[in-house]
Design a protein around this ligand. Structure first.
Ligand SMILES: [Zn+2]
Length: 479
């Protein structure tokens, strides 16, 4: 959970759907596009504004400028050079890159930390540019809109409750568009085309696929990186690309290993504990100096927009987000929302923090009546919204769980946790031939040797020649 403007996020779904047939600029074929180019640009612009509100500008301006300097020439040689291309590095530890309709492309600091050359970065950017030039976002977004209008999401999330600044995962469904395998293959080919046009060594793209495989293998089961869950890898992706590269007979030679790696010095690595972290069911937030105990055995999720938790039955949810205004005013406004029936606002305090609470009921079209409670807590000049709700039939069973969760909100005083900092990359030059295993021991690395091998794209016992730039991870893990 990040301290950010608790402004309301514009719903992308309000844009509506139009059916149009258009020529695909990248393939030259006529295809059904459910959104026009104008709508596409508007969707991208609005979603980008939400993203920017949430993430802000990337703090390392040098890295942001470098990524743009690699991306812009690729876009310029694409089939849609005149789009208002926007490239952003976002402060997210996940290995991810994605495109929004209209030419908005994002790479996370997580994927940057896992790559080892400018040509690899160009490969990822080229692939995402390919999704935009082939208008995959437009056609997938169309499907997603239809899906959202027709089917439920299998989870209780009332539209009325969403307005309170929810914007948790599902609201970002737009971004994590699921492309099909054909679209992935096409984006791979287009990315390769742009790579070759800018004289990059095309084989470097294969290293990206190998890295992604490594990340998948290292992930513990359910923690598959987003880029992978939303980018289903075409079968035989590496062998297909190898064949295509051979057919094209590319002469590209640019790799840019040192240029790329040296830019990563000082980059945050892994989750940023300052934005909150869980230790078992206790959530600690150093930046906002509070902690909270979440219900036993409930699954928890800490996102930029807030923290949420659900039991395995998924018939209840608690959510912690930022809110606007004083607690009393925020509670009154919550109660005034359309479709909400609320009791009177109760003022009081939660462990010394001024608070205002209400219990409420909402008629939800999809799930029938929902019942819940919300408490607004004032802490350090900010107001937090602590919301718990369930179906009406289950509310009685969950009420005390919600109450205990709200009452667990308290000041964080542990100085060690308050001072927590993210791990960082440090770029070093190897003085004499060595291995990652030896370096890991010498460094007393805070991350596993397997992680160091993965981000440096070497085997654990592979010899690294003298003079090689390597990525080291420095800092201390306190969570
Ligand atoms: Zn893709």
């Amino acid at each position: 959970m990040k301290i950010a403007d608790a402004g309301k996020y514009v719903s992308i779904l309000s844009l509506g759907v139009l059916v149009a047939c258009a020529t695909n600029p990248a393939t030259g074929k006529r295809q059904l596009m459910l959104v026009s180019e104008g709508q596409e640009a508007l969707m991208g612009k609005e979603a980008d504004a939400q993203f920017h509100a949430l993430y802000g500008d990337f703090s390392d301006r040098g890295v942001q400028a470098y990524v743009e300097s690699v991306a812009r020439p690729l876009a310029a040689v694409s089939e849609r050079p005149d789009l208002p291309w926007t490239f952003r590095v976002i402060d997210d530890p996940q290995v991810n890159a994605f495109a929004l309709p209209g030419g908005y492309i994002y790479v996370t600091r997580g994927i940057l930390a896992h790559m080892n050359s400018e040509a690899e970065l160009a490969g990822v950017l080229g692939h995402e540019i390919g999704h935009v030039t082939a208008r995959h976002s437009a056609s997938s977004q169309s499907k997603q809109l239809l899906g959202a209008l027709g089917l439920g999401v299998g989870m209780i999330l009332s539209p009325t409750l969403r307005q309170g600044g929810e914007a948790l995962s599902s609201a970002f469904g737009l971004v994590f568009l699921k492309f099909g395998r054909d679209q992935e293959s096409q984006a791979d080919r287009l990315g390769l085309r742009y790579l070759v046009r800018k004289d990059y060594k095309p084989e470097e793209m294969l290293d990206v696929f190998r890295m992604l495989d490594g990340v998948t293998n290292a992930a513990d089961g359910d923690r598959i990186p987003n880029w992978l869950s939303t980018h289903p890898a075409p079968p035989n992706r590496i062998s297909d690309m190898t064949r295509i590269i051979a057919e094209q007979g590319s002469s590209g030679t640019r790799v840019g290993r040192a240029e790329f790696i040296s830019k990563l010095d000082g980059l945050d690595f892994g989750p940023n504990p300052r934005e909150g972290f869980f230790r078992e069911q206790v959530f600690y937030h150093p930046d906002m100096a509070f902690k909270m105990t979440f219900p036993v055995e409930w699954a928890t999720e800490n996102e930029k927009q807030g923290v949420s938790s659900m039991p395995s039955a998924k018939d209840a949810i608690v959510q912690l987000t930022l809110a606007q205004g004083e607690p009393q005013a925020a509670a009154t406004e919550f109660a005034r929302q359309q479709g909400v029936q609320a009791g009177s606002v109760e003022r009081g305090d939660v462990n010394g923090f001024p608070a205002a609470s209400i219990e409420f009921e909402i008629q939800d079209e999809k799930n029938g009546p929902l019942q819940g409670m919300v408490t607004f807590v004032k802490h350090g000049g900010r107001t937090l919204q602590l919301l718990g709700y369930s179906t009406r039939t289950r509310y009685g069973a969950y009420r005390s769980t919600f109450t205990s969760w709200i009452r667990s909100y308290q000041r964080l005083t542990d100085p060690r946790i308050l001072a927590a900092q993210p791990l960082r990359l440090k770029i070093e030059t190897v003085r004499s031939a060595t291995t990652i295993a030896d370096l890991s021991r010498a460094w007393k690395s805070p991350v596993k040797v397997e992680t160091l091998a993965l981000i440096n794209a070497v085997e654990i016992n592979q010899t690294i020649p003298a003079g090689t730039l390597v990525k080291r991870v420095v800092g201390e893990i306190i969570q």
